[in-house]
Design a protein around this ligand. Sequence first.
Ligand SMILES: Cc1cc2nc3c(=O)[nH]c(=O)nc-3n(C[C@H](O)[C@H](O)[C@H](O)COP(=O)(O)OP(=O)(O)OC[C@H]3O[C@@H](n4cnc5c(N)ncnc54)[C@H](O)[C@@H]3O)c2cc1C
Length: 285
Amino acid sequence: MKRFRDFDLTDYNSYKVKSYCRTAFFPECELDIVDLYKSNKDYIVLGSGNNVILSKSYYDSDFIIFNGNFNEVKVNKESNEIIAEAGAEIYDVSKLAKESELTGAEFYYDIPSSVGGAVVMNAGTKEGETKNILAKVRYLDLEDMLVKEKSKKEIEFEYRNSFFQKQVDKIILKAWFNLKKGNYNEISNLMSESKKRRWEKQPRNYPNAGSVFKRPPNRYVGPMIDELGLKGYRVGGAEVSKKHSGFIINRGDATGNDILNLINEVKHRVFEKYNVNLEIEQRII
Ligand SMILES: Cc1cc2nc3c(=O)[nH]c(=O)nc-3n(C[C@H](O)[C@H](O)[C@H](O)COP(=O)(O)OP(=O)(O)OC[C@H]3O[C@@H](n4cnc5c(N)ncnc54)[C@H](O)[C@@H]3O)c2cc1C
């Protein structure tokens, strides 16, 4: 297992905020993770860092980073299942599903996420959510240090929320996805169409972490922010995207606090005008 002191997290958060942590550990197998937690229970866990706001420039604590490691993805053709380790990218889950002519995971193709992060966040698009295809999860329970499994029903999935978001002492190790037999070309078209649609709308040429806010009932976040004239509004290096107001982008030198101050300003203005209390989807660390 690789470990680094005073580790620069810039490339491990999609906002590309410059921040350091005391130590970063990159586990390669289940045993590495169990071993790490035998001596310390206070790690900060990152998947691929696509939904986090790093609020500090230095963390006097240790990180476990799943990104790029512990990332095996396998298919079981008899049961139409994909089995993936927590650090695998869900892009790779969708790619293996396509190659195996399995349908259901097409919406994973363009969401930047680790498998662990996708379960925690119930990641999804209009075309589907993690809860639709997840069969079960294997995790380390820090309460008693046992490795356990939970079925989909027990994970209490909600819109961009799950049991694992509320219980941060459960570390996701592996997930099983239940798919259906499909047609290669149809799967492939769904994936590329969805990607094309999303890239036309989203500010992919600037660092960002996807939608900042959860969609409130009967409302759309983007149009409310547009009507307030906040498109392009900046705090330091953080800017409400001109392309999609539901996104905040880093213009180059944004700090976590720039992003948080901008979020607070948007929340405040939306509440004042619409009496809507926007909930942040991104995880503040
Ligand atoms: C351009 C862009 C587009 C996006 N589009 C979408 C979209 O369409 N739909 C959508 O849902 N999201 C979207 N997102 C947000 C993001 O992709 C998802 O929230 C994703 O699931 C986050 O996964 P991650 O691995 O990056 O998690 P991280 O950001 O690394 O972590 C998120 C949370 O999960 C926890 N966590 C991560 N791994 C584990 C683990 N193994 N065990 C326990 N806890 C863990 C972390 O501690 C943290 O609290 C987008 C982001 C970007 C940058």
